[in-house]
Design a protein around this ligand. Structure first.
Ligand code: 5RP
Length: 265
């Protein structure tokens, strides 16, 4: 692997081989998502606890301080919205020159396996990989499910993740699911887990993240279950304990409760 590619991956994946990415890209198709109306304010207290931000160029420019930030994974696919016909009909929204100008550590794109636009989204990925590899910029593929959240099972996610890796993604972002080892074991590149819509309890998040890490994920790219929580700093610190501290679910929950009580005082 060439120096630039290796260096960028090392910015994202820490020396323990693990990572905590904080995605704030949801507005690119959802508009002003709850608690992300002002992304700069949402991330201010969280920045020091994450390893990288997943974000579009518009939010990088408008809301991220270039002198005080974390490595950037630039979301470069889009062109659809939640009220449009088909979320899977994405294109590449940002040139490789722009990614270089913004000094990003990686670029990220969604693929929609099994959708009407499966082929287009997979060919977008291959085009991006060709461009990224030319300049030593890794591509993170996002195995998107659009509105069909029920697709999040091991069979589907293993299929999507493997295809993304075969087409050249250096990292694959997918969802946690039952039998998650089938997803990780079938994917020859590192896998990170997204959170999906906010779940009811913090414990559920700690449980799936812990299970996914045990089964071979290298970390998370987890947004709403952190910044939509009433105690986002407590949440990210607890998750950091599982990911970088190899903590148990109970230890993470204890950290969450301790941090939460500090806020209440
Ligand atoms: C949204 C994304 C997000 O980066 C991804 O879904 C992770 O965020 P969350 O944990 O909120 O699901 O790709 O377009």
């Amino acid at each position: 692997m060439e120096w630039g590619m290796k260096n960028r991956l090392a910015q994202l994946i820490k020396s323990d081989g693990r990572c905590l990415f904080l995605p704030i890209d949801h507005g690119y198709f959802q508009g002003p998502t709850r608690k992300l109306e002002k992304p700069g304010e949402t991330i201010r207290p969280l920045l020091r606890y994450c390893d990288a931000l997943f974000v579009t160029r518009g939010v990088v420019r408008s809301s991220i301080d270039p002198e005080n930030t974390k490595p950037i994974i630039l979301r470069v696919s889009g062109g659809t919205s939640v009220i449009g016909k088909d979320l899977s009909n994405e294109g590449i929204t940002t040139s490789i020159e722009e990614a270089i100008r913004l000094n990003v550590s990686a670029i990220g794109i969604s693929v929609f396996v099994g959708s009407d636009y499966e082929k287009e989204s997979l060919l977008n990925l291959t085009k991006l990989v060709d461009e990224g590899e030319k300049y030593g910029i890794p591509v993170m593929a996002v195995t998107a499910v659009g509105k069909e959240l029920e697709k999040r099972d091991a069979r589907y996610l293993a299929l999507s993740s493997r295809i993304a890796a075969e087409l050249g993604a250096r990292i694959v972002k997918t969802y946690w699911c039952e039998n998650f080892e089938k997803v990780v074991n079938g994917c020859p590149v590192p896998v990170v887990m997204a959170g999906g819509p906010k779940v009811d309890t913090e414990l559920e998040v700690f449980e799936f993240v812990h299970d996914g890490m045990e089964k071979g994920a290298i970390g998370v790219n987890l947004g709403r279950n952190i910044w939509q929580n009433d105690y986002p700093v407590a949440m990210i610190k607890a998750l950091r304990a599982i990911i970088h501290g190899k903590g148990t679910v109970k230890e993470a929950n204890d950290i969450f409760e301790q941090e939460k009580s500090k806020v209440r005082k």
